[in-house]
Write a protein that binds this ligand. Structure first.
Ligand code: HEM
Ligand SMILES: *[C@@H]1O[C@H](CO)[C@@H](O)[C@H](O)[C@H]1NC(C)=O
Ligand SMILES: *[C@@H]1O[C@H](CO)[C@@H](O)[C@H](O)[C@H]1NC(C)=O
Ligand SMILES: CC(=O)N[C@H]1CO[C@H](CO)[C@@H](O)[C@@H]1O
Length: 324
């Protein structure tokens, strides 16, 4: 009698086989034993020669995962027949170093174990390695993602957060993918490193309102510094500013400490502090870096499993920028 419910439970638990059950930490142990070592060497060398790589790769990974899942769809180049994800307007600023670290790792891995390692796994592990190289936490990245078969610029808009979006809309983008407000706040702590181009926040600097040249959410001296730094941004669109001006090269919790001081850069950064739904988590992570690192690790591992392709829904690309 007690067997029946047990059997049912067993059947139910095997039915909706979640994708992440296909993944495992030692997925390449037999097929590509030097995977971890090659990834470590490639990410370290690349970061030492190009220190902007870490931030570039983290943002690239985030954009990859939110559109079609973590399946390297963002790495595909456009063809005359398909305008790919990376050529959506929002990517204009996805920096080359993020793509390059993946290409380098793929080349090295193809020499060692051809046709085995997916570009999606490479991007996920490169991101993890670079986070911890910058002083951030180390977290597990289960492996076995396959590379996606779809990459379309038209699927990008609305699926990625923009600094000008209302907090309700940003929260919706994350919640519709199963990420809580707290997880969203923790993930956005990635703005503790990297850059933003002036055009992303210039509307808050110049002619902000009738009564104020810049957004009063900025500490006045910081606003003045930003206005100077970005003065020529119309002529020079490459002008950019550190997301965390206090410790731009350390992965720490300074991003959250900056926000109450008016040292946030993007409007969405300011909103994270001013919105009552997100403010308690900003407060928590500003006070306690351990709590931030734990939350960031868990949320990044969860993000790395989002929309993962397995079996026939994906392939192992020969080149990361083209479907086979
Ligand atoms: C809450 C919503 C978010 C918004 C509105 C947002 C928006 C932006 C914008 C506009 C930039 C500047 C891009 C540029 O000018 O080059 C940026 C940079 C960056 N973002 Fe976000 N972001 C968000 C969340 C995230 C998340 C969740 C992550 C990662 C887990 C992330 C990682 C990064 C990184 C690392 C950079 C620096 C890139 C570099 O230096 O090349 N962001 N973000
Ligand atoms: C600010 O706005 C005013 C009126 O709308 C305009 O005349 C002026 O050129 C603007 N200044 C800048 C720096 O954009
Ligand atoms: C900081 O957070 C960690 C992890 O959540 C917790 O164990 C620790 O007690 C917190 N420290 C303080 C001072 O609140
Ligand atoms: C790096 C990159 O691919 N940038 C592209 C992003 O989108 C714009 C507009 O579609 C393209 O012109 C860029 O080349």
């Amino acid at each position: 009698m007690a067997l029946l419910p047990l059997l049912l439970l067993f059947l139910l638990s095997t039915l909706p086989l979640s994708q992440s059950q296909w993944l495992s930490l030692n997925y390449y142990k037999k097929t590509c034993p030097r995977f971890e070592q090659i990834m470590q060497e490639t990410t370290t060398n690349k970061q030492i020669t190009s220190p902007t790589t870490a931030a570039a790769a983290i943002r690239l990974f985030f954009h990859d995962c939110l559109v079609e899942g973590c399946d390297a769809s963002v790495l595909i180049s456009s063809t005359p027949f398909n305008k790919a994800e990376r050529d959506a307007d929002i990517n204009l600023s996805l920096p080359g170093d993020g793509f390059d670290v993946v290409v380098r790792a793929k080349s090295a891995l193809e020499l060692d174990c051809p046709g085995v390692v997916s570009c999606a796994d490479i991007l996920a592990v490169a991101t993890r390695n670079l986070v911890s190289m910058m002083g951030g936490p180390f977290y597990n990245v289960p492996l076995g993602r396959r590379d996606g078969l779809v990459s379309r610029a038209s699927r990008v808009e609305g699926n990625l957060p923009r600094p000008t979006m209302a907090m309700t809309q940003i929260i919706k983008i994350f919640e519709s993918r199963g990420f809580s407000v707290q997880e969203m706040v923790a993930l956005t702590g990635a703005h503790t490193i990297g850059l933003s181009h002036c055009k992303e926040f210039s509307a808050n600097l110049y002619n902000y309102s009738k009564t104020s040249e810049s957004d009063p959410a900025y500490y006045p001296k910081f606003a003045e510094g930003l206005r100077n730094a970005c003065a020529d941004y119309h002529n020079n669109p490459t002008l950019s500013v550190f997301n965390d001006i206090i410790t731009p090269r350390n992965f720490d919790n300074m991003y959250y400490q900056n926000l109450p001081r008016g040292l946030g850069l993007l409007s969405s950064d300011h909103a994270l502090y001013s919105d009552p739904r997100t403010n308690p988590f900003v407060d928590l992570y500003a006070k306690n870096q351990t709590a931030f690192f734990q939350a960031f690790s868990q949320a990044m591992e969860k993000l790395s499993l989002y929309g993962v392709k397995t079996g026939r829904t994906g392939q192992i690309r020969r080149r990361c920028d083209a479907f086979n």
